[in-house]
Design a protein around this ligand. Structure first.
Ligand SMILES: [Zn+2]
Length: 468
């Protein structure tokens, strides 16, 4: 495989969490060689970044590529998904490998390696989702750590396939905490959800809006509160995935105020879309089913404030796309009869970086906060730093040259995720990656894919759960 040449990105504004500075970035092969005032080495390719931001490739720590869901699977595999990621400026994804009941974590991990091997355009890593504990938690954590997996995902809902009891969560929190791994939790109180679902269905309420009704913000907040108690008892860090509502954020805020190592991410869909989308014609409303569901607009206002104040540390996507036909077919195929049978998840792997940048345009987030939320903080928390998440000598040459004036309407024709609709089709964003490098190789230019499957490599991770 031919190596990328020496490249000098000249005259751009390099963004880091602590601010923006004018600097050149020298890339040698797959790594960043120098940052600052750099003399042009002979034979180097010059990339003019005048008037542009230069950022570390974005890191998306919440994706579901090629995942089996009912009779269908998420529509993006490791090629189409990482290609779309690259077009939007994301150069590392951490996907949720899953050990379903009856499978060992090693088998689950092997299954996900087989999905990704030779197919990804950008680098990737795995969390491990555990659905049961058949050996001591310490053994699971040690085995996964040796394989480069230093974070785990546990579900407090989805009893049919994924949920684990609180004892398993507590044991995993303690074991992961001892080892320097991080437990990530899907927080929705299943007892509440089960009761409200049954109530809705027995009253004949079958449409998409009842999906949101049966998974209220209070169910999320209750689960987060339980998670905080368990993490505190285990003296372990803990990370809440896809936090969606103001009451749950309030719990996180209180835990952090007490000094607990408790972290949370939110996703663009909870910041930009709202539950009003469930009120339209059911076939269209079904395209917005996800869990936790979209909320009333005032929650988003609180989430933005949480991001601004550092109470939420990460923006990830929960990218889990289904096209309209698989939505209509339902989890069992043959058409859904009620909201519980609609596959859930939204496409978003391509649009996150630019969507969050809109708040920089509005002056609500600083460029440093934007880069921290989308690139640096996820890399630090999940053991990818210093290779990923920072423009610094020695780091992988994952670099985004971001054009703040490049406007793009987020219609499906302009995007590369393998779905037939865009949740953001009315949106015209200002600012998009002009050039995206992954380990020195061009993987996207002006929002179009240029990478090749197999360039992306598996990245084993160092300890997780440390914010610094
Ligand atoms: Zn998810």
């Amino acid at each position: 495989m031919d190596q990328p040449a020496t490249k000098l990105i000249r005259g751009g504004r390099v963004v880091a969490p602590d601010g923006v500075r004018r600097a050149d970035v020298l890339i040698s092969g797959e790594s960043i060689a120098a940052v600052g005032d750099v003399d042009l080495p002979p034979g180097a390719e010059v990339i003019d970044a005048t008037g542009k931001f230069v950022l570390p490739g974005a890191v998306d720590v919440h994706t579901h590529l090629d995942m089996e869901v009912g009779v269908t699977r998420s529509a993006d595999d490791f090629t189409t998904g990482t290609q779309a990621a690259a077009c939007g400026g994301t150069t590392t994804v951490v996907d949720f490998a899953t050990a379903y009941r009856g499978e060992s974590p090693a088998q689950g991990l092997a299954n996900w390696h087989a999905k990704a091997d030779g197919r990804a355009v950008v680098d990737y890593s795995f969390h491990m989702s555990i659905t049961e504990l058949t050996v001591p938690a310490d053994d699971v954590v040690a085995e996964m750590e040796a394989a480069g997996v230093t974070s785990f995902k546990l579900y407090m809902t989805y009893p049919e396939r994924l949920m684990v009891p609180d004892e398993v969560i507590s044991e995993m929190l303690a074991a992961a905490g001892r080892a320097g791994s991080l437990v990530c939790l899907h927080c929705e109180d299943d007892a509440t959800v089960a009761r409200l679902r049954a109530e809705a269905l027995s009253a004949g309420h079958t449409g998409p809006r009842w999906h949101a009704w049966s998974r209220p913000p209070s169910a999320e907040a209750d689960a987060v509160q339980r998670a905080i108690r368990m993490a505190e008892e285990a003296e372990a860090p803990c990370y809440v995935v896809h936090l969606s509502g103001a009451p749950a954020l309030e719990q996180v805020r209180m835990a952090r105020d007490r000094g607990l190592p408790f972290f949370a991410e939110t996703c663009p869909q909870y910041l930009y879309l709202s539950a009003e989308l469930y009120e339209g014609v059911p076939a269209r409303a079904a395209n917005y089913i996800c869990a936790p569901p979209l909320r009333d607009p005032w929650h988003a206002e609180e989430l933005w404030e949480g991001l601004q104040r550092g109470q939420l540390q990460v923006v990830a996507t929960d990218h889990c796309p289904f096209d309209s036909a698989s939505r209509r077919a339902g989890l069992a195929g043959g058409g859904w009869r009620d909201f519980t049978q609609i596959p859930g998840g939204l496409p978003g792997i391509e649009t996150r970086l630019s969507l969050i940048y809109q708040k920089v345009v509005e002056g609500r987030l600083t460029p440093g906060q934007w880069v921290d939320l989308c690139c640096a903080a996820p890399a630090r928390l999940f053991g990818l730093h210093p290779r990923k998440g920072e423009i610094a000598p020695g780091a992988d040459a994952d670099v985004v040259v971001f054009d703040p004036d490049f406007e793009r309407q987020l219609v499906v024709e302009n995007l590369h995720m393998n779905v037939d609709y865009s949740p953001y089709e009315e949106f015209v964003v200002r600012g998009w990656p002009e050039l995206v490098l992954a380990r020195g190789e061009v993987v996207a230019t002006r929002g179009e894919p240029r990478g090749r499957p197999g360039w992306g490599r598996y990245v084993g991770r160092a300890p997780s759960g440390r914010p610094g």
